[in-house]
Ligand binder design. Structure first.
Ligand SMILES: NC(=O)c1ccc[n+]([C@@H]2O[C@H](COP(=O)([O-])OP(=O)(O)OC[C@H]3O[C@@H](n4cnc5c(N)ncnc54)[C@H](O)[C@@H]3O)[C@@H](O)[C@H]2O)c1
Ligand SMILES: [Zn+2]
Ligand SMILES: [Zn+2]
Length: 406
């Protein structure tokens, strides 16, 4: 089959690789129809996530048709499913608490040791996200093996086309959980750093959850325009001092809750960010936490800090004093996607959530390597890329619905 494979920093290729096979009784094999490139994939592309090996198949946002099932899979051939990016067993202590991205059973010992060493406990398995999270092949491919297919995949109704449900795999639940973690109360103002897909879905979710105002921060005009279209007020961090602007916009108090939807590769030429970049080059820190710092310093006293943005290692100048003295609460984590699939599917079916507004480009899987370069270099224009396999273009969607790159 054809698949997008990782070969090193800024080196991904569409290669011919062996087809996946059923390994365990609860596995299923999908013929992928659509997959998306995520901001998290950029951390792999930029070489920030250890544990990658040449030839690893990327992609953790995908959906497709079930073509093969193991004897203990509850799926049936021919079903159309969307798959959560964290792999969960459904049986362990964490799965019983619906903390699916903390599952204790899906990252084999031989690959989980490194995360246990670094984080104190091992991480769960994740599709297409390095050998630290199990080394599972991802879904930017024609076919993918789905372990624990009796737990994760959601069967989607045929009348909803791929673009409407694909993002249930990650960014929609991630934006939703980011907003939920803000514990929004009536009258609240929520500030969101980063207007990538995660930030945009967090903005939409915060407004649905009753936020009075949402203020969105980024520097790409197209992304800020999408945030505005959703109903957010916008700040371009190149034009204003974000902390001052937020204080001014909230009567000197600060936003009630803040969302860091940027993660470990913050842009910007503030002094702290330049210092982070220099230290990262000397391996003194791994993560550049400028957006996180700014969010913690901007939020009001007693406020809530929600961090969907991915961090992987260690950071400098963590504002622990502000955190404690202001009495802040932080919630974060890889998204417990499984928890949100059904309720969010209902909101999509009722037309209450728009999942397609952020897709700027469709492209065939064969062009995936070029798309990674665009996703990295042209973030203003490329707000979300959906890759289509031949299975999708022949079966799923009429060609005229595809954008210019198909
Ligand atoms: N927690 C989870 O389960 C989960 C799931 C998916 C993605 N993520 C993470 O969420 C983050 C965002 O993902 P995405 O797909 O939206 O990524 P993205 O790269 O498309 O978007 C990030 C945005 O942040 C903006 N940004 C950079 N520096 C900034 C700053 N200093 N101030 C304000 N904005 C700034 C960029 O301009 C960009 O628009 C990434 O770290 C990704 O890894 C986490
Ligand atoms: Zn993702
Ligand atoms: Zn589990």
């Amino acid at each position: 089959m054809r698949a997008l494979t990782w070969h090193g920093r800024h080196d991904v290729r569409v290669d011919t690789v062996p087809d996946p096979e059923i390994v365990n009784p609860h596995d299923a094999i999908l013929r992928v129809t659509s997959s998306a490139i995520c901001g998290s994939d950029l951390h792999l592309y930029d070489g920030y996530i250890p544990g990658m090996r040449a030839g690893d198949i990327l992609g953790h946002e995908f959906m497709g048709e079930v073509v093969e099932v193991g004897p203990q899979s509850t799926l049936k051939k021919g079903q159309r499913v969307v798959v959560p990016f964290p792999i969960a067993c459904g049986q362990c202590f964490f799965c019983h608490k619906q903390q699916y991205s903390c599952c204790d059973n899906t990252n084999p010992v031989e690959t989980s040791d490194a995360t246990e060493f670094q984080y104190g406990y091992p991480m769960a398995g994740v599709f297409g996200y390095s050998h630290l999270t199990g080394g599972y092949a991802g879904g930017q491919a024609e076919y993918v093996r789905v372990p624990f297919s009796n737990v994760g995949p959601l069967v989607v109704p045929d009348h909803l086309e791929d673009d409407k449900v694909l993002f249930l795999s990650d960014i929609l639940p991630t934006g939703w959980m980011a907003a939920e973690n803000c514990e929004i109360e009536p009258g609240d103002t929520v500030a969101v750093w980063g207007c990538g897909p995660v930030g945009l879905f967090a903005i939409q979710s915060a407004l649905i959850m009753g936020a009075h105002r949402v203020i969105a921060i980024d520097h790409y005009p197209t992304r800020l325009a999408l945030a505005k279209q959703l109903g957010a007020e916008i700040l371009d961090y190149r034009e204003v001092d974000v902390r001052e602007a937020l204080a001014e916009m909230t009567g000197g108090i600060g936003p009630d809750a803040v969302i860091d939807a940027v993660g470990l590769e913050a842009h910007g030429i503030s002094i702290d960010n330049i210092l982070d970049q220099v230290k990262a080059m000397g391996f003194l820190v791994t993560d550049r936490i400028h957006a996180f710092r700014e969010a913690v310093l901007s939020v009001r006293k007693g406020g809530r800090v929600s961090v969907p943005g991915v961090y992987g290692g260690f950071a400098d100048k963590f504002p622990v004093g502000a955190f404690m003295e202001k009495g802040l609460t932080m919630k974060t984590g890889q998204t417990h996607v499984h928890r949100y699939l059904k309720p969010l599917l209902e909101l999509i079916e009722q037309g209450k959530i728009d999942t397609t507004f952020l897709i700027s480009h469709h492209a065939p899987l064969e062009q995936a390597a070029e798309m990674y370069k665009h996703w990295h270099d042209d973030q203003n224009e490329f707000t979300k890329i959906v890759l289509k396999t031949e299975a999708a273009t022949t079966k799923q969607e009429p060609k005229e619905q595809q954008h210019e790159l198909a």
